[in-house]
Design a protein around this ligand. Structure first.
Ligand SMILES: Cc1cc2nc3c(=O)[nH]c(=O)nc-3n(C[C@H](O)[C@H](O)[C@H](O)COP(=O)(O)O)c2cc1C
Length: 352
């Protein structure tokens, strides 16, 4: 039977796994307001799933809750221990995931200390064994890998072939090295080089480019430039569950709040971090922010409410008095407080 990577129409657009961002609540928002072609969970420790005492394991399992409307959905795991990876992959298959992805790119020191994330780039022999272990644990699911272009320097010519020889169903390249972190622009020419290696070594592997995608249009251009099959989007999603909505109307047609004498074009162009959201009215953005906050508490009661604040910075941006509203939202600790602050803002700022 074909796996979903083999039948997915191209080019495709997917959600980047992001710890404390692409949690169950935000994925539900994405599924409602602009569904991506593939959804990804946050990364989850396979060691934790295998070893943690009951309470810790429950928390990790809570990171793996999802709804059918999010499908196809891939669970991302990390471990440098074969047995743990095999057991966690088996568990993800039992939980009904559509695929499993292995993190081989995270630069976080605490992850690297476990021999995981970017540290895998230094140990290709371990990386291979980990892919094989995931395949053993979930023989009927497609296994994919997400990685970077190298550790201290560009190692595409050696590291990527080592991975491709294991014939992963998909390979995502975050087009930076570990050393580059997110400080330099992602180099999509590197994605093109990975596509060329794929053609030679493992033609059935789907290649996904990742890094600095700002909008769907930008994603299309980067895909055309690199020859990738799809693009993965990370930070541009903060506070923007409409990102993948393909039926976007022309930008900035629908603003309804008064601009208090500030030129509307200036407000919009000052907001350079987001090119796709301006067609959503401010009232709608704030309504969705409240909906998101409520869902977060409902689905993820074990998580700190501060996690929502990354999204507030982005939802509340580029309109008059946004900074003031943002400041007030940052002080809230539950959805009721958020709702009250937003309603007061709308009462003071609305024309009707
Ligand atoms: C807050 C945050 C959390 C992240 N967590 C993960 C993760 O759990 N797994 C992973 O593979 N990458 C993680 N990443 C990296 C992203 O998936 C992505 O590779 C990176 O942000 C570059 O894409 P972008 O330029 O579109 O943001 C994270 C990035 C951010 C900003």
């Amino acid at each position: 039977m074909k796996n979903f990577w083999q039948t997915i129409p191209k080019p495709f657009f997917v959600v980047a796994p992001m710890a404390d961002v692409t949690d169950a609540a935000f994925r539900r928002m994405l599924a409602t307001y602009g569904k991506p072609d593939v959804m990804w969970t946050e990364f989850v420790s396979a060691d934790g799933l295998a070893l943690a005492p009951e309470e810790g394991r429950k928390k990790l399992l809570a990171d793996l809750i999802y709804d059918d409307e999010e499908r196809p959905i891939v669970a991302q795991l990390f471990s440098s221990n074969e047995d743990h990876m095999e057991a966690a992959a088996r568990l993800c298959a039992e939980l009904g995931f559509d695929g499993i992805d292995i993190n081989m790119g995270c630069p976080d020191r605490s992850i690297e200390k476990q021999g995981c994330g970017s540290a895998m780039i230094k140990t290709p022999h371990v990386a291979k064994k980990i892919i094989q272990a995931a395949k053993r644990g979930a023989p009927n699911l497609p296994i994919s890998v997400k990685t970077r272009a190298g550790y201290n320097e560009d190692e595409i010519a050696t590291w990527i072939p080592a991975l491709l020889k294991e014939r992963p169903a998909a390979l995502t390249l975050h087009a930076r090295t570990r050393k580059e972190m997110s400080k330099v622009p992602a180099d999509w020419n590197r994605v093109a080089r990975v596509v060329a290696l794929r053609d030679e070594i493992s033609p059935e592997t789907v290649i996904i480019g990742n890094g600095d995608v700002l909008s769907l249009e930008d994603a299309r251009q980067k895909i055309t430039q690199s020859g990738a099959d799809g693009a993965m989007v990370g930070r541009a999603l903060f506070g923007n569950p409409w990102f993948f909505n393909k039926n976007q109307s022309l930008p900035h047609q629908l603003h309804t709040l008064p601009t208090h004498g500030v030129d509307r074009e200036k407000i919009i162009s000052a907001d350079t971090s987001r090119s796709d959201i301006e067609y959503i009215t401010i009232e709608e953005r704030l309504r969705v922010l409240i909906e998101h906050s409520k869902l977060f508490v409902e689905l993820l009661p074990h998580k700190s409410f501060n996690v929502m604040k990354k999204h507030y910075k982005a939802y509340v941006n580029g309109f008059p008095n946004a900074a003031q509203l943002r400041g007030q939202l940052m002080e809230q600790s539950d959805p009721a407080g958020v709702e009250a602050v937003v309603h007061e803002f709308l009462r003071l700022n609305s024309t009707n």
